[in-house]
Ligand binder design. Structure first.
Ligand code: SPV
Ligand code: MN
Length: 644
């Protein structure tokens, strides 16, 4: 259980501003007339105290209140170039930002939940006791913005007025971070007070890069104070470590779903996208995938792309599952983004029109950003996150595998802006879960009921990717959300079961697993090459769209429903004009029963270690296992879909 507003509020303890009178006095002293006038439009006293304490703690030379106006946006862009946090590229509106070589992904070992004595956190996360974090903040954040300008922005994580949208304050001395905030989130300066009143809460984020030197990175920290819904981040710039309105606040939103609105809301690490089906009907999907497993690509395959990273969900009065995207932009991995797989995104990255921040890619002599897998010949030289680069430097890749591009979603050709702005949210009819599984699960399978759907999410595994520094091996990634779930996994499992099992949700979604990473080797072929390719996603999502509306039938297996060959063959032709031989279908959809059972055993053993994990999950595993054993007794160890 998590108790809100418990323990010392570190920000106010270090800042020392305790009353609204003191806060106003401090604003008079530290803000110029223009900024004072701006801040006067915010009247929520709790929010003003947060800002005052951040100023008192960090001691910036100046404070800038970002109203979200075009002038303010231009001001931050210009300042970022002047400061050198970004540099212009050849295409107007495109810039490059480099994070320090040691700061190229989320620093999992330096990221902590601040915990009160006796408070439980997820077995897959790190916690630190409040006193220790308090001491760190006191030592390292006091005066951290001396000589710098503090930028303060007020945002909404979701369309203003939507049930699951939550307001947030972002405070940073980094122009790159604030420029990114403006591309990725809705500035809601004018609506902030009303939104806090509606939702009854807001999140606060305080970041400073400090001197921005490699030697300081070891002492960098990313702290989430769950009790006070406030984050602290120091001595780094990588957006996953610093723009904590993204994953820091996603963590707080998960707490809300678990401990304030259990069974009514979920905060997911999911894309949202729409697929157009027969007769022009639109079906919206929300899909989870661990970082670096193709989530952005999958999202953009839809005819109506909405978001690629996060979803705030709730159950509407009419019994539907609704979702909004807390973001309006994309902070996407750029490696392997190319014309063939990602035409919409490539247009933004290679042609004028969009405002784009490239990070940690290579910049060639012509000011053109280049990255591994961009589909062009490797340049002879350039500058990347390590400095000068040539192809002879075989130990340093041309671009870091976690290089990113940051841009507004509205620039992407298939983005449905009206859908992403609708405070009513989108009716979600399909939920997908993907991982990185080279040898066990088929490309697609559908849960037979809601508990089995929850079990698909509970059982995601993924190979470590470049998005997290220090992660290695194959990791459990329940719901692809565990890096961002602070509470115990048993509590999170309950939140999932209570949500999808809520009798108020009368229009249940299709729940499916997806796996793009099966190799030839694992299916009787040779080599580690993948059995499918990126564009096949059109078919997998297309089939799910039809299945959800009862337009195709499926084959029942112990692990769930799988597609029939004829339907896929037709969809491969229709959607991507690709031959789909029966032999490939057989390789992809045969059940390798021992593998599947081993996977279930592994999951069951891991979940057994989570105190209080619901028996409903184990019942799903037990039923599937019994079905698989029976099938094996009847048909042998490898069962072709044709024989089911
Ligand atoms: C991810 O790694 O899942 C991201 C980027 O979406 S980060 O902001 O680093 O979390
Ligand atoms: Mn993500």
């Amino acid at each position: 259980m998590l108790e809100f507003k418990k323990g010392v509020d570190i920000l106010s303890a270090v800042g020392g501003v305790l009353t609204i009178g003191e806060a106003r006095q401090l604003f008079e002293q530290r803000l110029d007339r223009e900024q004072l006038a701006r801040l006067a439009k915010i009247t929520n006293e709790e929010a003003l105290l947060k800002v005052a304490n951040a100023i008192a703690m960090c001691e910036p030379d100046q404070v800038f209140i970002h109203t979200g106006s075009e002038e303010d946006k231009a001001f931050v862009r210009r300042m970022s170039l002047e400061k050198g946090e970004e540099k212009e590229l050849a295409i107007a509106g495109h810039t490059i930002h480099f994070d320090l070589p040691e700061d190229q992904g989320r620093m999992v070992d330096q990221t902590f939940y601040i915990a009160n004595e006796g408070e439980q956190v997820s077995s897959l996360a790190k916690k630190e006791l409040r006193d220790q974090s308090h001491a760190y903040v006191r030592e390292h954040m006091r005066g951290i913005m001396r000589g710098k300008t503090m930028l303060v922005g007020f945002y909404s994580r979701g369309p203003v007025g939507a049930k699951a949208s939550i307001p947030a304050i972002e405070i940073s001395s980094s122009t790159y971070v604030m420029h990114s905030a403006e591309l990725l989130y809705r500035n809601c300066f004018a609506d902030f007070d009303a939104e806090v009143a509606r939702r009854g809460e807001f999140f606060t984020n305080v970041h400073s890069e400090g001197p921005n030197r490699s030697e300081d990175v070891p002492k960098a920290r990313i702290y989430m104070d769950r009790s006070w819904q406030t984050t602290f981040s120091t001595f780094c710039t990588y957006a996953g470590n610093t723009l904590l309105m993204k994953k820091g606040n996603h963590r707080f939103a998960s707490d809300c779903a678990m401990y304030k609105h259990n069974g009514e809301e979920l905060s997911e690490h999911m894309f949202i996208t729409g697929m157009t089906g027969p007769g022009g009907r639109k079906t919206f999907f929300a899909g989870a995938a661990p970082s670096g497993c193709g989530k952005t690509t999958t999202a953009m395959v839809g005819s109506d792309f909405v978001g690629d990273d996060l979803a705030q969900m709730w159950i509407e009065e009419d019994g539907t599952l609704r979702a909004v995207n807390p973001e309006i932009g994309i902070f996407g991995i750029i490696e392997d983004v190319n014309q063939e797989g990602d035409p919409y995104l490539m247009k933004c990255l290679r042609q004028p029109g969009a405002e784009v921040i490239f990070s940690n890619v290579l910049v060639d002599d012509q000011g053109k950003p280049r990255w591994v897998g961009d589909g062009e010949p490797v340049p002879e030289k350039g500058v990347n996150y390590q400095g000068e680069w040539t192809p002879a430097m075989t130990k340093v890749p041309m671009s870091h595998p976690n290089s990113r591009c940051t841009l507004r979603a509205e620039n992407v050709g298939n983005h449905n802006q009206a859908a992403n702005a609708d405070p009513n949210g989108l009716v979600i009819e399909v939920i997908t879960y993907s991982g990185r599984d080279s040898n066990t699960m088929p490309p697609i399978w559908v849960a037979k009921n809601m508990d089995a759907g929850v079990a698909i999410g509970a059982s995601i595994v993924s190979k470590a990717t470049a998005a997290e520094i220090g992660a290695s091996g194959v990791n459990r990634q329940p719901w692809a959300n565990t890096p961002f779930v602070a509470g115990s996994l048993a509590d999170y499992l309950d939140a999932q079961l209570n949500f999808y099992g809520n009798p108020r949700m009368t229009r249940k979604p299709t729940m499916a697993g997806l796996n793009y990473f099966l190799t030839h080797e694992a299916r009787g072929g040779t080599g580690k090459g993948l059995l499918g390719e990126k564009r096949d996603v059109h078919v997998w999502l297309g089939w799910l769209e039809l299945y959800t509306h009862g337009d195709v039938e499926a084959i029942e297996t112990p692990i769930g429903m799988i597609p029939k060959y004829e339907d896929l063959k037709r969809l491969f032709t229709e959607k991507i004009n690709k031959e789909y031989p029966l032999s490939l279908y057989t390789m992809q959809f045969s059940l390798y029963i021992e593998n599947v059972i081993a996977r279930i055993d592994l999951q069951e053993a891991a979940w057994r270690k989570e105190a209080g994990a619901s028996e409903r999950l184990f019942a799903v595993y037990a039923e599937q296992k019994a079905g698989l054993l029976q099938l094996k007794a009847e048909r042998g160890e490898i069962v072709k879909p044709q024989d089911l």
